[in-house]
Design a protein. Structure first.
Ligand SMILES: Cc1cc2nc3c(=O)[nH]c(=O)nc-3n(C[C@H](O)[C@H](O)[C@H](O)COP(=O)(O)O)c2cc1C
Ligand SMILES: Nc1ncnc2c1ncn2[C@@H]1O[C@H](COP(=O)(O)OP(=O)(O)O)[C@@H](O)[C@H]1O
Length: 212
């Protein structure tokens, strides 16, 4: 298994998962409520039951996931100026089938490195009309170099909004910038900061990750 919720305090190796029952209440940003009210996309994914269906997006949270970073279409850095680290198809398929597509925030760590804030997109990128579902993480940190092939560990903490199509590339970029600001604000809350310190991010000492 590559992602999910497992017992708190346990170790999860590459492509493993665990559930944390400590956090009972899923995180929902104000933009998520706005999105659901205006567009009903989360509701549609849950069977068209309106706001009452929102827990569909949230009930898997916090969601722990670990996997290798693979190549995507190369658009994040070049076209958007916002690189996104993609998980493999195998990891994407390991996500719960009923987890809502959309934009989330949480914590991320490359290999045994520091834990940083992140924003995440799950879905088909309607602006680009992808035919395959992808899970892409933008880590809110400047890295000196790419980290393809490294193990990326993430915990998805809260939901921001559904995926959308846009009239222009600029509008997509601007929406992502707003998501980043929302993620920064949400993750500063004490209830979310504690997940940054979770044992999930500490790989066992001496563990070889991707030959490093
Ligand atoms: C925070 C965030 C929000 C995103 N929102 C959308 C969206 O609403 N619609 C969309 O089509 N793509 C969205 N994307 C996905 C980008 O289009 C995607 O990351 C970009 O195409 C780069 O893909 P690549 O890494 O495969 O090249 C979002 C990505 C991030 C990180
Ligand atoms: N802050 C960051 N967040 C995510 N990926 C980053 C970041 N900085 C550098 N990268 C690197 O950039 C890659 C993503 O760039 P991108 O242009 O979206 O290409 P791709 O489509 O291959 O994912 C990641 O796989 C990673 O190696």
């Amino acid at each position: 298994m590559r992602g999910g919720r497992a017992h708190s305090g346990g170790r999860a190796g590459p492509a493993e998962s665990r559930m944390d029952r400590k956090q009972e209440r899923p995180a929902l940003s104000s933009r998520a409520v706005g999105s659901a009210l205006c567009e009903g996309v989360a509701a549609e994914r849950c069977g068209g039951a309106g706001l009452a269906a929102l827990p569909c997006a949230m009930r898997h949270l916090p969601y722990f996931c670990r996997g290798e970073v693979v190549k995507g279409f190369g658009r994040g850095s070049k076209e958007l100026g916002i690189p996104t680290a993609n998980f493999s198809e195998q990891v994407v398929e390991s996500f719960p089938p009923d987890i809502s597509t959309g934009i989330y925030y949480g914590w991320a760590c490359v290999g045994n490195g520091d834990v940083h804030k992140m924003v995440l997109s799950i879905g088909w990128n309607p602006f680009y009309r992808n035919t395959k579902k992808s899970v892409e993480t933008h880590i809110i940190h400047t890295f000196k170099e790419d980290f393809y092939g490294e193990i990326l560990s993430i915990v998805i903490v809260g939901y921001i909004r559904p995926e959308k199509n846009f009239d222009s590339l600029e509008a997509l970029i601007s929406a992502i910038q707003e998501d980043i600001e929302e993620a920064k604000r949400q993750l500063d809350l004490a209830e979310h900061l504690k997940l940054k310190e979770d044992n999930f991010f500490h790989l066992p000492e001496g563990k070889i990750v991707n030959n490093h």
